[in-house]
Ligand binder design. Sequence first.
Ligand code: SF4
Ligand code: FES
Length: 559
Amino acid sequence: MIQPAKPDLITVNIDGREIAVPKGTNVIEAARRLGIEVPHYCYHSKLTIAGNCRMCLVEMGLPAVDPATKAPIVDAATGKPKINWIPRPTIGCATNASPGLHIRTTTPMVKECREGVMEFLLINHPLDCPICDQAGECSLQEHATGYGRGYSRFIEDKNVKPKHTQLGPRVTLDDERCILCSRCVRFSQEIAKDDVLGFVDRGSYSTLTCYPGKKLENNYSLNTVDICPVGALTSTDFRFKMRVWFLKQTESIDPESSVGCNTVVWSREGVIYRITPRANDEVNDVWMPDSGRELYKQVRAAGRLTEAKIDGGVAPADAALAKAGQLLKAGAVAVVGSGRSSVEEQFLTKKLADALHAPAWLVSRVGEGDGILLSADRNPNVRGALVTGLIKELPSARLDQLGAKIDSGEIKTVLSVGEDLTTAGLTAAQLKKASIIYLGTHTNGTSAAAAVVLPTLTVFEKSGTFINQQFRLQKFSQAVPGAAGATDDLVLLAKLLAAAGGGTFAGEAEALWTTLTAEIPAFAAITLASLPATGLLLDRTPWAGLPFAEGATLHYKPV
Ligand code: SF4
Ligand code: FES
C-alpha cells in the first residue's frame, strides 16, 4: 500500500483556539476542523468562489507588527500578541488561512449579519417545507433555525416565479425556492463542462433558467440536485417518493466503470430509492454520473433470475448445484470470470479454475471515456482479476479462443460467473455443443441455453471489494437483502469449489479476507474491516506495462 504525502501546515486562531491547517485551507474548512460551523450557501469546496450569498460573514484580524522592527506587538494588558481586527465583517469563503490569521465567528456583529442574510433570503421564499423534497437536508431550513431571527417582518406579497420546470430529463426546478447561489451554474461550467444554466432578470426577479434552446441533460445533471443547498433543484426520479430521514444509507461503489465512484445507496425496508455520490477526494470528489444512479433499478427489473434451473426447467437450488458439480468433475472445463465480480469472487473463481485445471477468461467492456468520471473500461474490477491472478493479460471483448476450443471438442463445459457468453461472441451452436453452468442475476442468451442456472445477487445485495483504475482497493456493502431465490455468488463459488475438490473456503467476504491476506502479496496486512471508507492504494508496479484502456479522468492519468 502507498502512503500519501504530508501537507505543509500553518497555524490560525479561530474563536480563541489555535489549529494547524494545510497552507491554503479555506477559512470555512479551517473552522470545520475545529468543529466550528461557518454557515454558508454559495461556497462549495469543489467549485470556484462566488461570494454572493454573504452567509459566511465573520470577523478577521492579523497580528499587529511594529512597522520599524517588523516584530509582533504584544498587548500589555493580556501579554498576548495584539490583533488588528478589520472593522467590517468579511466573507470567510473568499479567504484562505494565512499564518497567524485570527477569526471570530460568535461576536454580536457576526450574529447580526447572519440574521440579516437569513431574513433577506427568506423574503421571497415560499416556505413550503412540508411539501418540499429537500426537507431533512436543506441548509436554508437548518440555518433559519440556527442563525435566523425567528420571525419575519415581511408583509408584502411574495414574488411568483416558475414552478416544476423541467430543466432536462432528470432535473425539475422550483424557481421560487432558488436563493441564486449559482452553485449549479458553476458546476455546469466547471465540472460538467456544459454551460447551460444562467440567471435572467434583475434583483428579486432574478430567475435561474437554461439558455435558450439548451437543456440540462448531460450525464452529470443530478449533481446539481446534490449541491443545491435548498429545494430548488430536485431529482425527477426521487421527487415526492420518500422522506430522506426514513432512508438507511449504505456505502457502495458505482460499478459502471473502472473509475469506482464512491456512492451512498439510500434504502428503506429492502427497497432502494436513490443513489448519491460519497466524498472521496482521491477518486470522485463529491460527484458521480447520472447513469450510475439508475443502476439500482436492476434489483427489481423484469427478467431477474430467482429460480435455479436444470436444462431449462425449475429445480431446487441444491439439485442444480449438484448437477453443476457433476459437470465440473467430468472435466474439459473452461471458466469465464467477470470484471464485474468482486475481488473475493474473482479469487474463488481463480481457485475453482485451478482446482479444475481449467483455462480462465474474462470479457472486456470498452466504451468511450468522458474524461470526467466515466472511464473507457466499463468493467469496475479488471484490476481485481489481475491482482488475484485470475488473468495474466488484459481481456478482450470476444471469447473467440474459447469458441474454437468448444468447436474442437477440447472444452465440454463452460462455467460463466455472470457473463453473457452470447454478447461475448459465442454462437448458439457453440452454446449447444457445451454444457453451460451460468451464475447470473438476469435472464439473457446464456441463461436460456444453460444446462444449469444458479441465480445470484446484484452489487446492491452483497458486500465485497473492487480495485479501480488507480489500483485503489475499495469496499462496497450490502444495501438491501438479496432477491428471494438468489444466492450470494461467494456461497455458490465456495460450494462448487468444495464439489470440485478444491478445498474449503469461506462463502462470505469478510471471513475470506484472512485467506486473501495470506495468499495475495498485494493484500498483505490488509483486512476488510480495517479498509478505510476511501479505499487503499495498492502498488501497481507488477502491472505497469499493461496497455489499459482508460484515458485521463478526474483524478486519474494513465501511466
Ligand atoms: S437552483 Fe439551487 S444551486 Fe442553483 S442557484 Fe438556485 S439555490 Fe443555487
Ligand atoms: S458562502 Fe456565500 S458568500 Fe461566502
